[in-house]
Design a protein. Structure first.
Length: 448
């Protein structure tokens, strides 16, 4: 690269930096202007109220004033932010993201006859193993004679309730409906054995009447595949075996299944790739509001490649907003204060990546060529430091991030642009690396 090309590149970078700074400046003015206008209207309303306070019979002439109600004011106060992006505030604050996700109450329920894999499924979704305190008891017969609620180990507001079997002398249908309010659940999974019985169709009709989302689930794919092998039916693939089961069930229950979804799964990890475990959770998520859907995706274990991809896309979407926030922080005219804040910001994002991909779980350590992550400050510092040291750009980024304290306006513009580019690149690389590790962990535990 000759001197002329270098000068052109520098000029181009400076121009982009100045334009980016002007954008940030206009954004700040817009938000402040909206706040000021609302403040003036609020003052006028208070003056109006005081002028009428001495006259009990005075009736305000609302036609003379352009005043907002409290709800309208609250709506307009956030208009500028929402106009830029409906979820800018949500995406631009990692701490708020965590707060929103952790405060979503999601109530799932499983119902059906005994020995259909309900308790095993509950343990699977919560990623709980036998011997752990929150393990749902499994075994022959109906272990639960009353509703049993199981909290998610990472978020107590996400619960799965194991409903008792109904239609028996112990729990009649009438007793079932009188003791359980099905409308409180966000989603209900109806587990069945070989075929869908009349009682399964009955509970589906109750849920339809309440407007509660549901689906039918059969969790015996692994047993059917093993049974086919025992019969030496080697001419059929695993997928063909599952498709035959699906066709038989749909034909035998065509009238009762109208308008309902059916999913065939296995609760055994090495059979996840056979059947509908991925589509099942995509269907459940699709029935939930946006924030609950994100929360469910955040806390679910890795059950399919599609789930890994969905987690990746959710986090990737946040990076541009995190980079924008880092750019704004870099404009702080105090040497190295902005750097400290942005390192903290990056550490928080890395922590979310580890949590969402479950790379802090003990079983990750058993996977070859995959490093188990930790959520301690020491290990987060090590991840960020090693990432920063792995690229020569960080030296220039740090220097440029301090330029705003040395060169007014232009220095701030350069710092904002450099920080935005670097944070985006760093987080994108870290996210992609953890996605690859999550895929490796899934492949390790689903292979034969």
């Amino acid at each position: 690269m000759d001197l002329k090309e270098l000068i052109l590149d520098v000029n181009s970078f400076l121009l982009e930096s100045v334009l980016f700074y002007l954008f940030l400046l206009m954004l700040a003015v817009w938000l402040l202007q909206g706040t000021a206008v609302n403040g003036i209207k609020r003052i006028l309303r208070n003056i109006h109220r005081r002028n009428n306070a001495d006259d009990d019979d005075a009736i305000p002439n609302t036609e003379d004033y352009d005043l907002m109600s409290d709800s309208e004011e609250a709506t307009n106060r956030n208009y500028a932010t929402k106009a830029i992006n409906p979820r800018l505030k949500y995406n631009n604050n990692p701490d708020e993201m965590m707060m929103i996700l952790r405060n979503q109450m999601i109530k799932l329920a499983v119902t059906g006859r005994s020995c259909t894999g309900k308790s095993t499924f509950i343990n699977l979704v919560r990623d709980v193993d036998d011997g752990e305190p929150k393990f749902a008891k499994t075994g022959l017969g109906d272990c639960n004679m009353k509703p049993t609620e199981y909290e998610h180990p990472r978020n107590s507001l996400i619960t799965l309730t194991d409903l008792p079997a109904f239609g028996t002398d112990t729990v009649t249908k009438k007793m079932f409906l009188e003791s359980i309010d099905l409308s409180v659940f966000d989603f209900v999974l109806i587990f069945f054995d070989s075929v869908i019985m009349e009682d399964d169709l009955w509970i589906a009709k109750q849920l339809q009447a309440l407007g509660t989302s549901y689906c039918f689930v059969r969790s015996k794919n692994d047993l059917e595949i093993l049974h086919a092998k025992d019969k030496c039916d080697m001419g059929k693939t695993e997928i063909e075996v599952v498709n035959e089961i699906r066709k038989t069930i749909e034909i035998s229950n065509h009238r009762g299944l109208k308008g309902s979804r059916l999913f065939l799964i296995s609760n055994i990890k090495k059979y996840f790739h056979i059947g509908d475990i991925g589509p099942l959770f995509s269907f459940i998520a699709g029935k939930l509001p946006k924030d609950k859907r994100d929360a469910l995706l955040f806390f679910l274990p890795i059950l399919s490649p599609e789930m890994i991809e969905n987690k990746f896309k959710m986090l990737l979407e946040r990076i541009k907003f995190i980079s924008l926030r880092a750019a704004v922080v870099s404009a702080i005219p105090v040497p190295f204060l902005d750097t400290a804040i942005n390192i903290y910001l990056v550490k928080q994002e890395i922590k979310y990546y580890i949590e969402i991909f479950l790379l802090d779980k003990e079983y990750v350590a058993k996977v070859p060529n995959v490093k188990k992550r930790h959520l301690s400050e020491k290990h987060l510092d090590a991840i960020v430091t090693s990432g920063l040291a792995s690229t020569a750009k960080i030296g220039m980024a740090v220097i440029l991030s301090q330029a705003d304290s040395l060169i007014p306006v232009i220095g701030t513009a350069i710092a904002a642009k450099a920080t935005s580019v670097y944070v985006s690149a760093f987080l994108s690389n870290a996210l992609l690396e953890m996605k690859k590790d999550a895929i490796a962990v899934y492949a390790h535990y689903t292979k034969y």
